[in-house]
Design a protein around this ligand. Structure first.
Ligand SMILES: [Zn+2]
Length: 436
């Protein structure tokens, strides 16, 4: 089922025409109402086509930070209907704003994502995304209400309460960060319960990069398909893109957000099918229009037709953030690549931590894993020096060397010592700590 066939199945020509119309309106709106854009777009010749968008300068997260809190807003305070903010890892948060119309667009794109994943009016949805300044909770909530779902606004954290409500309220769908969902499933199993007995029909996961390996683990655990959802608060929140039943890329709401893929170093536009950094231009937002916003997310754009009938462009699962890329002894690597390898090893649980030690001249990558309960049982308890664990360490080291081209130290730590996430997982520790 398609939520909005008129928008999601329009022809390529109709889509391009709509994008072009909306882009011109957005550029004029931004130049007229935001001094930052008036300055940047001034003197710039009028665009003659969509392709000429590439001639305009990028907008970066630092621009939002430097104009904190309202400097890039295009409407008066009185016209705002909602503010959200991202956590400020560098001090001040990033504040984003919505008019009532912007909130409507958000509900619309989020409704498309939910329906594409199999949500239907009358379903109950267990929403374990955090409510509050973070856009995850309310974004899913309002999109779900638009579709006609009954939402359980559990929010993040408190695993025991999540489990109780999942068991007793019998929702059709679960949405959460993938790492938290896995933690919930794992806790069910530890308590002797089978999370497949919950009878979930679908899970929607996002807000952190994850992998096909983690998808397989979640689908095995809950016995239902796991869908990838993408979004970022600067652009609107969750709902920018989401998977259909084909699960071959995430359909991007490109009638509202115009995508480009660029070389993260040179900024040059790359053709469809090439990996690079996703850049988005909002086409319908009024409160906070963003032109060529650098998402820092590494992905690929696919504009070939999808079997589901939707005609929108798709992005590949986000591989990581440009600024999360680790360079260890000259090798470029995303934490997701290590995760993919680890999730293929049955003898470890799907939690891990990477420690990058740069305190000596030669950087060192340590991968910390936990053995699966069955392995501990076979060893007669946890003993890091047990030959079984030594062999496991060696096997993981070889697999990693093959997959990422880097020799990592593998440490098998005691069960349940790696941190479990009740929100976004922190997978990488750098020593000395790198400022972000
Ligand atoms: Zn599709």
């Amino acid at each position: 089922m398609i939520w909005n066939p008129a928008a999601e199945r329009m022809t390529a020509a109709a889509r391009a025409a709509l994008q072009w119309d909306r882009l011109r309106v957005t550029l004029a709106w931004a130049a007229e109402h935001v001094p930052f854009y008036a300055e940047r777009l001034r003197g710039g010749r009028t665009l003659g086509s969509l392709a000429e968008l590439a001639s305009l300068p990028f907008t970066r997260k630092s621009d939002l930070r430097e104009h904190y809190p309202f400097g890039l807003f295009a409407v008066a305070r009185g016209e705002l209907a909602r503010l959200h903010a991202s956590s400020g890892t560098k001090g001040k948060p990033t504040v984003v704003g919505y008019t009532a119309g912007d909130l409507d667009v958000w509900r619309e794109v989020m409704a498309r994502v939910l329906v594409a994943a199999g949500a239907r009016a009358g379903d109950t949805l267990h929403n374990a995304f955090g409510y509050g300044l973070f856009t995850g909770g309310l974004g899913f909530h309002e999109g779900a209400e638009r579709v006609g779902l009954c939402v359980v606004p559990v929010s993040g954290g408190n695993t025991a309460r999540q489990m109780l409500l999942l068991t007793d309220l019998r929702p059709a769908g679960l949405c959460a960060t993938p790492s938290f969902a896995l933690h919930i499933a794992e806790t069910f199993v530890e308590q002797g319960d089978d999370p497949r007995a919950l009878g979930l029909r679908y899970g929607l996961y996002g807000a952190e990069p994850w992998t096909e390996g983690l998808r397989a683990a979640l689908e095995r655990a809950f016995g239902c398909p796991a869908y990838d959802v993408y979004g970022l608060s600067e652009i609107i929140g969750p709902g920018v893109a989401g998977e259909c039943e084909a699960r071959r890329g995430l359909h991007l709401a490109d009638d509202h957000f115009l995508p480009e893929i660029i070389d993260p170093v040179t900024g040059a536009v790359r053709p469809p099918g090439t990996e690079g950094e996703l850049v988005l231009t909002t086409l319908s937002k009024r409160a906070l229009p963003l032109i060529r916003y650098r998402t820092a997310d590494i992905t690929t754009l696919d504009d070939t037709p999808c079997v589901c009938g939707r005609t929108s462009a798709r992005i590949a699962r986000v591989k990581g953030r440009a600024d999360d890329m680790l360079i260890v002894r000259g090798v470029n690597l995303y934490p997701s690549e290590v995760e993919n390898t680890l999730l293929g090893v049955e003898e470890v649980v799907p939690h891990y931590q990477l420690v990058v030690d740069r305190t000596s001249t030669l950087a060192r990558l340590e991968v910390q894993v936990e053995p699966a309960p069955a392995v501990i049982e076979r060893c007669g308890g946890f003993d890091a020096t047990h030959p079984t664990l030594s062999a496991l360490r060696q096997r993981i080291r070889e697999r990693l060397a093959h997959a990422i081209g880097l020799t990592a130290e593998v440490t098998v730590v005691a069960p349940r010592t790696l941190p479990r996430s009740e929100g976004k997982a922190v997978r990488v520790i750098e020593q000395p700590i790198r400022p972000r």
